[in-house]
Design a protein around this ligand. Structure first.
Ligand code: SAM
Ligand code: SF4
Length: 332
């Protein structure tokens, strides 16, 4: 009997990231150009019914966790309804866990409804604690709103709470230890992400990227770090801080890729299934859904996506080509 979504390299896929919208309240330089991008037409965005159907089929195939992302999921008009519907789906090993990655803007307003609807985990992105840098980096003067969102998350029941920062040379690399202290004060795990070539503006430069080793050296200048075992398919390497219960994570997608244990698939807001952040091919699940296809046909799209998955993202290979879509459309 077939068990789960297993690819040619023996990786079992249990995590589906769903982008609810490609639109966003910020314009982070590493993600989107200042003027935005031609947005996905409204009629192409999957409806709550379509998302629920896809996740039901995916859950039967072994998907256990769904992470809602974007663009900015908090600007999706159907967010709470989608969380409620997905959290009610039972897979073979129990109910689907629904997580979300957000920039935190308007989180205080939405958090009670999200908790009540069954959201189980939250990641909030914050790259700097300095308002001027925030404005430069995101092209919006909204640090105060992000801080309010993180404070609301601290007071919520959602744990573990994780905060994400992309580390950039000459921008925020001097803030890594301050960000860790900020995260500890908010009962959260700070996670530092290497800048990846996923911005539509093509600003990425390998030589400019702040790699894992430099991030760790900066952290070790203030903290004693001990690696924690058993990372499994998780992208972050996690370290305990000063022998206590606080932890910090480093996501070194470029300098120390973790493709060998990847368990993730992605669905774009317009219903295209991607088997990798860096994939250049997508499978058109939206057309299959809108043709009135059977659950088996939807399942076959998942199986085909998994069967075609490559061993790794190949950023360091000479023939690497950045995907056409930016991170805002792929869903981080
Ligand atoms: N808007 C939400 C947010 O910012 O958290 C969710 C979507 S965002 C695309 C998801 C994550 O991708 C964020 O943590 C963001 O920092 C990260 N990200 C975006 N572009 C990136 C890039 N070029 N390299 C590394 N991480 C990136
Ligand atoms: Fe928006 Fe998130 Fe992209 Fe920043 S990283 S522009 S918050 S989608």
């Amino acid at each position: 009997m077939r068990v789960g979504l297993v690819d040619r390299f023996g990786r079992t896929h249990r995590d589906l990231r769903i982008s609810l919208t490609d639109k966003c309240s910020l314009r982070c330089t590493y993600c989107m150009p200042a003027e935005g991008v031609p947005w996905i037409p409204k009629q192409s965005v999957l409806t709550p019914d379509e998302i629920e159907r896809v996740v039901r089929v995916a859950a039967a195939e072994g998907i256990e966790t769904v992470r809602l992302t974007g663009g900015e999921p908090l600007i999706s008009p159907n967010l709470i309804e989608i969380v409620r519907r997905l959290a009610a789906i039972e897979g073979p090993s129990g109910p689907i866990r629904v997580a979300m990655t957000t920039n935190g803007i308007r989180l205080p307003e939405f958090l009670p409804g999200l908790e009540e609807a069954g959201l189980s985990r939250l990641n909030v992105s914050i790259d700097t604690l300095d308002p001027e840098r925030f404005l430069e980096l995101t092209r919006r003067d909204r640090l105060i709103d992000v801080l309010a969102g993180i404070e609301a998350a601290r007071r919520s029941s959602l744990r573990p709470l994780k905060l994400n920062a992309v580390v950039m040379r000459g921008v925020n690399e001097d803030e890594v230890t301050d960000l860790v202290e900020f995260a500890i004060e908010h009962d959260a795990q700070m996670r530092f992400i290497e800048h990846m070539p996923l911005d539509i503006g093509h600003t990425w430069d390998r030589g400019e990227m702040v790699p894992r080793e430099e991030i760790l050296a900066a952290l070790r200048s203030r903290f004693h770090l001990e690696p924690l075992p058993a990372r499994g398919p998780a992208p972050a390497e996690v370290f305990s801080i000063d022998g206590g219960r606080s932890t910090v994570g480093v996501i070194a997608s470029v300098s120390a890729p973790f493709c060998g244990s990847c368990d993730r698939l992605r669905l774009t807001a317009d219903g295209q299934l991607r088997n990798c952040l860096f994939a250049r091919e997508e499978l058109d699940l939206r057309s299959v859904l809108r043709r009135g296809a059977s659950d088996e046909a939807i399942r076959d799209v998942f199986r085909a996506g998994v069967a075609a998955k490559r061993a790794g993202h190949g950023i360091d290979t000479p023939d690497f080509v950045q995907p056409e879509r930016g991170m805002n459309a792929i869903g981080g």
